[in-house]
Ligand binder design. Sequence first.
Ligand SMILES: Cc1cc2nc3c(=O)[nH]c(=O)nc-3n(C[C@H](O)[C@H](O)[C@H](O)COP(=O)(O)OP(=O)(O)OC[C@H]3O[C@@H](n4cnc5c(N)ncnc54)[C@H](O)[C@@H]3O)c2cc1C
Length: 452
Amino acid sequence: MKIEIRENDKVVIFGAGLVGSLLSILLSRKGFQVEIHEKRPDLRFKAYANLRSINLALSHRGWRILEEAGLADDLKKIALPMYGRLVHIPGKEAVFQPYGKSEQAIYSISRYKLNCFLLDKAEEEKNIKIYFESKAEKFAFDKSLAYVADIEGLRHRLEAKAFFGSDGAFSALRYEMMREDKFMYEQNYIEHGYKEFTIPPAPNGDWALRKDGLHIWPRKSFMMIALPNQDKTFTCTLFFPFEGKSSFSGIDSENEIKTFFEKEFPDLITLIPDYLSQYQNHPVASLVTIKCAPWNNRNFLLIGDAAHAIVPFYGQGMNAGFEDCRILMEHLQSAESWDGLFSQFYKNRRADADAISDLALENFIEMRDLISDPEFILKKKLESIIVSLGIENWIPQYTMVTFSDLPYSQAQERGHHQAFVLEQLRKLENWNDLEETEWAEKVAVHLEMLWP
Ligand SMILES: Cc1cc2nc3c(=O)[nH]c(=O)nc-3n(C[C@H](O)[C@H](O)[C@H](O)COP(=O)(O)OP(=O)(O)OC[C@H]3O[C@@H](n4cnc5c(N)ncnc54)[C@H](O)[C@@H]3O)c2cc1C
Protein backbone atom coordinates (compact mmCIF):
# COMPACT_ATOMS: atom_id res chain seq x y z
CA MET A 1 0.00 0.00 0.00
CA LYS A 2 1.38 3.39 -1.03
CA ILE A 3 1.53 6.11 1.63
CA GLU A 4 0.94 9.27 -0.36
CA ILE A 5 2.96 12.38 0.42
CA ARG A 6 0.77 15.37 1.32
CA GLU A 7 1.71 18.83 2.49
CA ASN A 8 1.17 19.07 6.24
CA ASP A 9 1.92 15.36 6.77
CA LYS A 10 3.19 14.62 10.25
CA VAL A 11 6.69 13.13 10.20
CA VAL A 12 8.74 11.86 13.13
CA ILE A 13 12.53 11.99 13.45
CA PHE A 14 14.35 9.88 16.04
CA GLY A 15 17.60 11.52 17.18
CA ALA A 16 18.39 15.24 17.36
CA GLY A 17 22.08 14.82 16.54
CA LEU A 18 23.66 16.58 13.57
CA VAL A 19 21.70 14.81 10.85
CA GLY A 20 18.33 14.69 12.63
CA SER A 21 18.36 18.41 13.50
CA LEU A 22 19.32 19.46 9.96
CA LEU A 23 16.77 17.09 8.44
CA SER A 24 14.03 18.52 10.65
CA ILE A 25 14.70 22.04 9.31
CA LEU A 26 14.63 20.87 5.69
CA LEU A 27 11.41 18.89 6.15
CA SER A 28 9.64 21.65 8.05
CA ARG A 29 10.40 24.09 5.24
CA LYS A 30 8.63 21.74 2.84
CA GLY A 31 5.50 22.22 4.94
CA PHE A 32 5.54 19.00 7.00
CA GLN A 33 4.70 18.89 10.70
CA VAL A 34 7.91 17.60 12.26
CA GLU A 35 8.32 15.94 15.63
CA ILE A 36 11.80 15.07 16.89
CA HIS A 37 12.35 12.58 19.70
CA GLU A 38 15.81 12.67 21.27
CA LYS A 39 16.76 10.25 24.01
CA ARG A 40 19.21 12.58 25.75
CA PRO A 41 18.37 15.76 27.67
CA ASP A 42 18.69 19.03 25.78
CA LEU A 43 22.44 19.37 25.43
CA ARG A 44 22.17 23.16 25.37
CA PHE A 45 21.02 23.34 28.98
CA LYS A 46 22.48 20.37 30.81
CA ALA A 47 26.14 20.00 31.59
CA TYR A 48 27.38 16.64 30.41
CA ALA A 49 30.02 15.23 32.71
CA ASN A 50 31.78 13.23 30.01
CA LEU A 51 30.82 15.12 26.86
CA ARG A 52 33.63 14.66 24.36
CA SER A 53 35.34 17.82 23.13
CA ILE A 54 35.37 16.31 19.63
CA ASN A 55 35.76 18.64 16.67
CA LEU A 56 34.91 17.79 13.10
CA ALA A 57 36.13 18.73 9.64
CA LEU A 58 33.24 20.20 7.68
CA SER A 59 33.83 20.19 3.93
CA HIS A 60 32.07 20.91 0.65
CA ARG A 61 29.30 18.27 0.82
CA GLY A 62 28.26 19.49 4.25
CA TRP A 63 28.55 23.18 3.38
CA ARG A 64 26.49 22.76 0.24
CA ILE A 65 23.26 21.79 1.99
CA LEU A 66 23.95 24.22 4.85
CA GLU A 67 24.23 26.97 2.24
CA GLU A 68 21.03 25.86 0.51
CA ALA A 69 19.31 26.05 3.91
CA GLY A 70 20.70 29.55 4.54
CA LEU A 71 22.71 28.38 7.56
CA ALA A 72 26.28 28.57 6.26
CA ASP A 73 27.06 32.24 6.90
CA ASP A 74 26.36 32.02 10.62
CA LEU A 75 28.25 28.75 10.90
CA LYS A 76 31.35 30.10 9.17
CA LYS A 77 31.67 32.41 12.18
CA ILE A 78 32.30 29.45 14.49
CA ALA A 79 34.50 27.41 12.11
CA LEU A 80 38.21 27.66 11.35
CA PRO A 81 39.54 26.97 7.83
CA MET A 82 42.34 24.42 7.42
CA TYR A 83 44.05 24.65 4.02
CA GLY A 84 46.25 21.57 4.25
CA ARG A 85 48.04 19.03 6.39
CA LEU A 86 50.95 20.02 8.61
CA VAL A 87 53.05 16.89 8.88
CA HIS A 88 55.28 16.52 11.98
CA ILE A 89 58.29 14.20 11.73
CA PRO A 90 60.62 13.99 14.77
CA GLY A 91 63.61 16.34 14.47
CA LYS A 92 62.20 18.19 11.42
CA GLU A 93 60.15 21.31 10.76
CA ALA A 94 56.46 20.62 10.13
CA VAL A 95 55.82 20.34 6.38
CA PHE A 96 52.69 21.92 4.87
CA GLN A 97 50.87 19.80 2.25
CA PRO A 98 47.98 21.78 0.71
CA TYR A 99 44.65 19.97 0.36
CA GLY A 100 43.95 21.49 -3.04
CA LYS A 101 43.95 24.91 -4.67
CA SER A 102 45.03 27.78 -2.43
CA GLU A 103 41.46 28.80 -1.54
CA GLN A 104 40.22 25.24 -0.83
CA ALA A 105 39.84 24.44 2.86
CA ILE A 106 38.10 22.09 5.23
CA TYR A 107 36.71 23.69 8.39
CA SER A 108 37.31 22.71 11.99
CA ILE A 109 34.09 23.01 13.97
CA SER A 110 33.04 21.81 17.40
CA ARG A 111 30.45 19.04 17.15
CA TYR A 112 28.83 20.33 20.31
CA LYS A 113 28.52 23.91 19.01
CA LEU A 114 27.28 22.73 15.62
CA ASN A 115 24.61 20.56 17.24
CA CYS A 116 23.50 23.44 19.52
CA PHE A 117 23.36 25.75 16.50
CA LEU A 118 21.19 23.34 14.50
CA LEU A 119 18.86 22.77 17.47
CA ASP A 120 18.45 26.54 17.90
CA LYS A 121 17.61 26.88 14.21
CA ALA A 122 15.20 23.94 14.37
CA GLU A 123 13.41 25.54 17.29
CA GLU A 124 12.95 28.74 15.29
CA GLU A 125 10.85 26.84 12.72
CA LYS A 126 7.18 27.06 13.61
CA ASN A 127 6.27 23.50 12.65
CA ILE A 128 8.98 21.59 14.54
CA LYS A 129 8.43 20.17 18.04
CA ILE A 130 11.40 18.70 19.87
CA TYR A 131 10.95 16.20 22.69
CA PHE A 132 14.07 15.54 24.76
CA GLU A 133 14.52 12.52 27.02
CA SER A 134 12.18 10.68 24.70
CA LYS A 135 13.74 7.41 23.60
CA ALA A 136 12.59 5.49 20.54
CA GLU A 137 12.02 1.92 21.62
CA LYS A 138 9.55 0.04 19.44
CA PHE A 139 8.38 0.26 15.87
CA ALA A 140 5.47 -1.37 14.08
CA PHE A 141 6.28 -1.16 10.38
CA ASP A 142 2.98 -2.59 9.19
CA LYS A 143 0.89 -0.21 11.34
CA SER A 144 2.92 2.97 10.78
CA LEU A 145 3.45 3.28 14.53
CA ALA A 146 6.34 3.80 16.91
CA TYR A 147 6.68 3.96 20.68
CA VAL A 148 8.95 6.24 22.69
CA ALA A 149 9.71 6.07 26.40
CA ASP A 150 9.92 9.20 28.52
CA ILE A 151 12.26 9.78 31.46
CA GLU A 152 9.90 7.90 33.80
CA GLY A 153 9.90 4.94 31.47
CA LEU A 154 6.32 5.60 30.35
CA ARG A 155 5.67 4.59 26.75
CA HIS A 156 3.96 6.91 24.29
CA ARG A 157 2.46 5.86 20.98
CA LEU A 158 3.37 7.86 17.86
CA GLU A 159 1.48 7.83 14.62
CA ALA A 160 2.91 9.54 11.57
CA LYS A 161 3.09 9.41 7.79
CA ALA A 162 6.87 8.90 7.82
CA PHE A 163 9.55 7.96 10.36
CA PHE A 164 13.27 8.80 10.12
CA GLY A 165 15.92 7.01 12.16
CA SER A 166 18.76 9.48 12.54
CA ASP A 167 19.57 7.89 15.87
CA GLY A 168 23.25 7.26 15.20
CA ALA A 169 25.56 4.28 14.85
CA PHE A 170 23.68 2.22 17.45
CA SER A 171 20.26 3.02 16.02
CA ALA A 172 17.22 1.54 17.77
CA LEU A 173 15.27 1.65 14.51
CA ARG A 174 17.98 -0.37 12.77
CA TYR A 175 17.92 -3.02 15.51
CA GLU A 176 14.20 -3.44 14.90
CA MET A 177 14.77 -3.66 11.12
CA MET A 178 17.31 -6.43 11.77
CA ARG A 179 14.49 -8.65 12.98
CA GLU A 180 12.83 -8.46 9.57
CA ASP A 181 13.42 -10.97 6.80
CA LYS A 182 16.41 -10.41 4.44
CA PHE A 183 17.91 -7.48 6.34
CA MET A 184 21.70 -7.44 5.86
CA TYR A 185 24.03 -6.16 8.54
CA GLU A 186 27.79 -5.90 8.92
CA GLN A 187 29.65 -4.32 11.83
CA ASN A 188 33.44 -4.14 12.14
CA TYR A 189 35.58 -2.57 14.83
CA ILE A 190 39.05 -1.56 13.71
CA GLU A 191 42.00 -2.56 15.87
CA HIS A 192 42.66 1.07 16.78
CA GLY A 193 40.87 3.15 19.36
CA TYR A 194 41.29 6.84 20.11
CA LYS A 195 42.02 9.12 23.03
CA GLU A 196 41.73 12.90 23.06
CA PHE A 197 44.14 15.50 24.42
CA THR A 198 43.93 19.29 24.58
CA ILE A 199 46.79 21.60 23.64
CA PRO A 200 46.27 24.78 25.68
CA PRO A 201 46.97 28.26 24.23
CA ALA A 202 50.62 29.33 24.13
CA PRO A 203 51.93 31.48 27.06
CA ASN A 204 51.30 34.61 24.93
CA GLY A 205 47.61 33.60 24.68
CA ASP A 206 47.76 32.67 20.99
CA TRP A 207 47.36 29.25 19.33
CA ALA A 208 50.40 27.10 20.16
CA LEU A 209 50.64 25.82 16.55
CA ARG A 210 49.66 27.14 13.12
CA LYS A 211 45.87 27.25 13.10
CA ASP A 212 45.33 27.10 9.32
CA GLY A 213 46.08 23.39 8.92
CA LEU A 214 45.26 19.96 10.27
CA HIS A 215 48.33 18.76 12.17
CA ILE A 216 49.39 15.14 11.79
CA TRP A 217 52.11 13.18 13.55
CA PRO A 218 52.21 10.02 11.34
CA ARG A 219 53.98 7.12 13.03
CA LYS A 220 53.17 4.18 10.71
CA SER A 221 51.02 1.95 12.92
CA PHE A 222 49.50 4.89 14.80
CA MET A 223 49.14 8.66 14.58
CA MET A 224 48.19 11.81 16.43
CA ILE A 225 46.18 14.61 14.81
CA ALA A 226 45.27 18.11 16.02
CA LEU A 227 42.49 20.45 14.90
CA PRO A 228 42.28 24.10 16.00
CA ASN A 229 39.46 25.42 18.18
CA GLN A 230 38.15 28.97 18.38
CA ASP A 231 39.22 29.32 22.02
CA LYS A 232 42.86 29.01 20.84
CA THR A 233 43.22 25.42 22.02
CA PHE A 234 43.72 22.40 19.78
CA THR A 235 41.93 19.10 20.16
CA CYS A 236 44.41 16.28 19.57
CA THR A 237 43.37 12.72 18.91
CA LEU A 238 45.71 9.78 19.31
CA PHE A 239 44.66 6.84 17.11
CA PHE A 240 46.44 3.88 18.66
CA PRO A 241 46.02 0.08 18.59
CA PHE A 242 44.20 -1.47 21.55
CA GLU A 243 46.67 -4.36 21.80
CA GLY A 244 50.39 -4.96 21.18
CA LYS A 245 53.70 -3.44 22.25
CA SER A 246 52.90 0.12 21.12
CA SER A 247 49.25 0.26 22.15
CA PHE A 248 46.84 1.47 24.79
CA SER A 249 47.30 -1.76 26.72
CA GLY A 250 51.09 -1.86 26.10
CA ILE A 251 51.76 1.73 27.25
CA ASP A 252 50.23 2.08 30.65
CA SER A 253 52.63 2.96 33.46
CA GLU A 254 53.90 6.50 34.04
CA ASN A 255 57.34 5.47 32.86
CA GLU A 256 56.04 3.83 29.69
CA ILE A 257 53.93 6.88 28.81
CA LYS A 258 56.86 9.27 29.33
CA THR A 259 59.25 7.14 27.26
CA PHE A 260 56.66 6.81 24.52
CA PHE A 261 56.00 10.57 24.27
CA GLU A 262 59.73 11.41 24.46
CA LYS A 263 60.38 9.10 21.50
CA GLU A 264 57.30 9.71 19.36
CA PHE A 265 55.95 13.16 20.21
CA PRO A 266 58.77 15.19 21.82
CA ASP A 267 57.25 18.49 20.60
CA LEU A 268 53.91 17.63 22.21
CA ILE A 269 55.53 17.22 25.62
CA THR A 270 56.19 20.97 25.61
CA LEU A 271 52.84 21.84 24.05
CA ILE A 272 50.79 19.67 26.46
CA PRO A 273 52.48 20.13 29.84
CA ASP A 274 49.98 17.76 31.56
CA TYR A 275 50.09 15.12 28.79
CA LEU A 276 50.74 12.42 31.38
CA SER A 277 47.56 13.02 33.36
CA GLN A 278 45.55 13.54 30.15
CA TYR A 279 46.79 10.14 28.90
CA GLN A 280 45.97 8.50 32.21
CA ASN A 281 42.56 10.10 32.71
CA HIS A 282 40.98 10.50 29.30
CA PRO A 283 38.88 7.59 28.07
CA VAL A 284 39.66 5.38 25.09
CA ALA A 285 36.89 5.03 22.53
CA SER A 286 36.49 2.49 19.73
CA LEU A 287 35.85 3.03 16.01
CA VAL A 288 33.23 1.10 14.12
CA THR A 289 32.16 0.65 10.52
CA ILE A 290 28.53 -0.34 9.99
CA LYS A 291 26.95 -1.32 6.69
CA CYS A 292 23.38 -2.48 6.36
CA ALA A 293 20.72 -3.02 3.73
CA PRO A 294 18.08 -1.96 3.03
CA TRP A 295 17.81 1.35 4.89
CA ASN A 296 14.05 1.48 4.43
CA ASN A 297 11.06 -0.54 5.52
CA ARG A 298 7.76 0.86 4.21
CA ASN A 299 7.58 4.44 5.51
CA PHE A 300 10.55 4.08 7.92
CA LEU A 301 14.03 5.23 6.81
CA LEU A 302 17.52 5.07 8.31
CA ILE A 303 19.72 8.09 7.56
CA GLY A 304 23.19 9.35 8.58
CA ASP A 305 25.26 7.15 10.90
CA ALA A 306 22.24 4.93 11.56
CA ALA A 307 22.45 3.79 7.93
CA HIS A 308 26.22 3.97 7.42
CA ALA A 309 28.65 4.56 10.28
CA ILE A 310 32.22 5.00 9.02
CA VAL A 311 35.66 5.58 10.52
CA PRO A 312 36.67 9.26 10.72
CA PHE A 313 39.83 9.22 8.59
CA TYR A 314 38.39 10.99 5.54
CA GLY A 315 36.45 13.45 7.72
CA GLN A 316 33.25 12.48 5.91
CA GLY A 317 30.81 10.86 8.39
CA MET A 318 28.81 14.00 9.09
CA ASN A 319 29.40 15.36 5.58
CA ALA A 320 27.92 12.16 4.15
CA GLY A 321 24.96 12.41 6.53
CA PHE A 322 24.34 16.01 5.48
CA GLU A 323 24.62 14.97 1.84
CA ASP A 324 22.02 12.24 2.55
CA CYS A 325 19.66 15.05 3.57
CA ARG A 326 20.30 17.00 0.36
CA ILE A 327 19.79 13.98 -1.87
CA LEU A 328 16.65 12.94 -0.01
CA MET A 329 15.21 16.45 -0.50
CA GLU A 330 16.01 16.27 -4.22
CA HIS A 331 14.17 12.96 -4.54
CA LEU A 332 11.27 14.40 -2.55
CA GLN A 333 10.56 16.95 -5.30
CA SER A 334 9.26 14.26 -7.65
CA ALA A 335 8.14 11.62 -5.12
CA GLU A 336 4.50 10.66 -4.70
CA SER A 337 4.67 8.30 -1.73
CA TRP A 338 6.85 8.10 1.38
CA ASP A 339 7.64 4.41 0.85
CA GLY A 340 8.49 5.07 -2.81
CA LEU A 341 10.72 8.00 -1.85
CA PHE A 342 12.60 5.96 0.76
CA SER A 343 13.15 3.06 -1.57
CA GLN A 344 14.41 5.36 -4.38
CA PHE A 345 16.71 7.20 -1.98
CA TYR A 346 18.20 3.99 -0.61
CA LYS A 347 18.79 2.53 -4.09
CA ASN A 348 20.45 5.71 -5.28
CA ARG A 349 22.62 6.26 -2.22
CA ARG A 350 23.79 2.89 -0.95
CA ALA A 351 26.75 2.40 -3.31
CA ASP A 352 28.04 5.83 -2.33
CA ALA A 353 27.83 5.06 1.37
CA ASP A 354 29.71 1.79 0.82
CA ALA A 355 32.35 3.67 -1.20
CA ILE A 356 33.05 6.34 1.41
CA SER A 357 33.16 3.66 4.08
CA ASP A 358 35.96 1.87 2.20
CA LEU A 359 37.74 5.11 1.28
CA ALA A 360 37.78 6.18 4.93
CA LEU A 361 39.56 2.96 5.89
CA GLU A 362 42.09 3.41 3.05
CA ASN A 363 42.77 6.99 4.11
CA PHE A 364 43.83 5.85 7.57
CA ILE A 365 46.80 4.07 6.00
CA GLU A 366 47.62 7.20 3.98
CA MET A 367 47.44 9.48 7.02
CA ARG A 368 49.32 7.38 9.53
CA ASP A 369 51.94 5.89 7.24
CA LEU A 370 52.16 7.06 3.64
CA ILE A 371 52.28 10.85 3.96
CA SER A 372 55.81 10.59 5.30
CA ASP A 373 56.85 7.94 2.76
CA PRO A 374 59.23 9.21 -0.03
CA GLU A 375 57.48 7.07 -2.68
CA PHE A 376 54.10 8.50 -1.77
CA ILE A 377 55.50 12.07 -1.73
CA LEU A 378 57.01 11.49 -5.18
CA LYS A 379 53.68 10.31 -6.57
CA LYS A 380 51.91 13.30 -5.02
CA LYS A 381 54.45 15.58 -6.77
CA LEU A 382 53.78 13.84 -10.08
CA GLU A 383 50.07 14.26 -9.51
CA SER A 384 50.44 17.98 -8.80
CA ILE A 385 52.25 18.29 -12.16
CA ILE A 386 49.39 16.47 -13.87
CA VAL A 387 46.95 18.90 -12.25
CA SER A 388 49.06 21.93 -13.25
CA LEU A 389 49.17 20.64 -16.84
CA GLY A 390 45.37 20.69 -16.83
CA ILE A 391 45.11 17.06 -17.98
CA GLU A 392 41.45 16.53 -18.82
CA ASN A 393 39.32 14.55 -16.37
CA TRP A 394 42.11 14.12 -13.85
CA ILE A 395 41.03 15.24 -10.39
CA PRO A 396 42.94 14.08 -7.29
CA GLN A 397 40.87 11.69 -5.22
CA TYR A 398 41.02 13.88 -2.12
CA THR A 399 39.60 16.77 -4.18
CA MET A 400 36.78 14.62 -5.57
CA VAL A 401 35.80 13.44 -2.10
CA THR A 402 36.30 16.64 -0.16
CA PHE A 403 35.73 19.53 -2.54
CA SER A 404 33.14 18.19 -4.99
CA ASP A 405 29.68 16.61 -5.17
CA LEU A 406 30.76 13.74 -7.39
CA PRO A 407 29.07 10.60 -6.02
CA TYR A 408 31.50 8.85 -3.66
CA SER A 409 31.34 5.66 -5.72
CA GLN A 410 32.56 7.52 -8.81
CA ALA A 411 35.28 9.28 -6.80
CA GLN A 412 36.40 5.86 -5.57
CA GLU A 413 36.44 4.29 -9.02
CA ARG A 414 38.21 7.21 -10.69
CA GLY A 415 40.62 7.54 -7.77
CA HIS A 416 41.65 3.89 -8.00
CA HIS A 417 42.19 4.19 -11.74
CA GLN A 418 44.30 7.33 -11.30
CA ALA A 419 46.36 5.57 -8.60
CA PHE A 420 47.06 2.76 -11.08
CA VAL A 421 48.15 5.26 -13.77
CA LEU A 422 50.40 7.09 -11.29
CA GLU A 423 52.03 3.80 -10.37
CA GLN A 424 52.82 3.17 -14.06
CA LEU A 425 54.09 6.73 -14.51
CA ARG A 426 56.32 6.36 -11.47
CA LYS A 427 58.01 3.32 -13.02
CA LEU A 428 58.70 4.92 -16.39
CA GLU A 429 61.52 7.20 -15.20
CA ASN A 430 64.04 7.51 -12.41
CA TRP A 431 62.38 10.77 -11.46
CA ASN A 432 64.78 11.62 -8.65
CA ASP A 433 67.71 11.52 -11.10
CA LEU A 434 66.04 14.08 -13.38
CA GLU A 435 66.07 17.84 -13.01
CA GLU A 436 62.63 18.90 -11.73
CA THR A 437 62.40 21.33 -14.67
CA GLU A 438 62.25 18.29 -16.97
CA TRP A 439 59.39 16.62 -15.09
CA ALA A 440 56.44 18.43 -16.67
CA GLU A 441 57.57 17.62 -20.21
CA LYS A 442 58.20 13.96 -19.36
CA VAL A 443 54.88 13.66 -17.54
CA ALA A 444 53.03 15.10 -20.54
CA VAL A 445 54.72 12.68 -22.94
CA HIS A 446 54.02 9.59 -20.82
CA LEU A 447 50.41 10.58 -20.17
CA GLU A 448 49.68 10.61 -23.89
CA MET A 449 50.07 6.86 -23.66
CA LEU A 450 48.81 6.22 -20.11
CA TRP A 451 45.85 8.67 -20.10
CA PRO A 452 44.78 9.00 -23.72
C1 LIG B 1 36.54 10.67 16.54
C2 LIG B 1 35.56 11.07 15.47
C3 LIG B 1 35.90 12.06 14.57
C4 LIG B 1 35.02 12.41 13.56
N1 LIG B 1 35.40 13.36 12.67
C5 LIG B 1 34.57 13.70 11.65
C6 LIG B 1 34.94 14.71 10.73
O1 LIG B 1 36.02 15.29 10.82
N2 LIG B 1 34.08 15.01 9.71
C7 LIG B 1 32.88 14.38 9.57
O2 LIG B 1 32.16 14.68 8.60
N3 LIG B 1 32.50 13.41 10.44
C8 LIG B 1 33.30 13.07 11.48
N4 LIG B 1 32.91 12.13 12.39
C9 LIG B 1 31.62 11.44 12.20
C10 LIG B 1 30.44 12.26 12.74
O3 LIG B 1 30.62 12.56 14.11
C11 LIG B 1 29.17 11.45 12.55
O4 LIG B 1 29.10 10.97 11.24
C12 LIG B 1 27.93 12.30 12.84
O5 LIG B 1 27.93 12.73 14.17
C13 LIG B 1 26.68 11.47 12.54
O6 LIG B 1 25.54 12.23 12.81
P1 LIG B 1 24.16 11.52 13.12
O7 LIG B 1 23.20 12.62 13.43
O8 LIG B 1 23.85 10.55 12.06
O9 LIG B 1 24.42 10.66 14.44
P2 LIG B 1 24.78 11.19 15.89
O10 LIG B 1 25.56 12.43 15.84
O11 LIG B 1 25.36 10.02 16.62
O12 LIG B 1 23.35 11.54 16.54
C14 LIG B 1 22.44 10.54 16.88
C15 LIG B 1 21.44 11.12 17.89
O13 LIG B 1 20.43 10.17 18.13
C16 LIG B 1 20.18 10.10 19.52
N5 LIG B 1 19.62 8.77 19.80
C17 LIG B 1 20.29 7.57 19.84
N6 LIG B 1 19.44 6.57 20.10
C18 LIG B 1 18.20 7.14 20.21
C19 LIG B 1 16.90 6.61 20.48
N7 LIG B 1 16.70 5.29 20.70
N8 LIG B 1 15.86 7.48 20.51
C20 LIG B 1 16.03 8.81 20.29
N9 LIG B 1 17.24 9.36 20.08
C21 LIG B 1 18.31 8.54 20.02
C22 LIG B 1 21.55 10.35 20.15
O14 LIG B 1 21.42 10.76 21.49
C23 LIG B 1 22.07 11.44 19.23
O15 LIG B 1 21.68 12.71 19.65
C24 LIG B 1 33.77 11.75 13.44
C25 LIG B 1 33.42 10.77 14.36
C26 LIG B 1 34.30 10.42 15.36
C27 LIG B 1 33.91 9.33 16.32
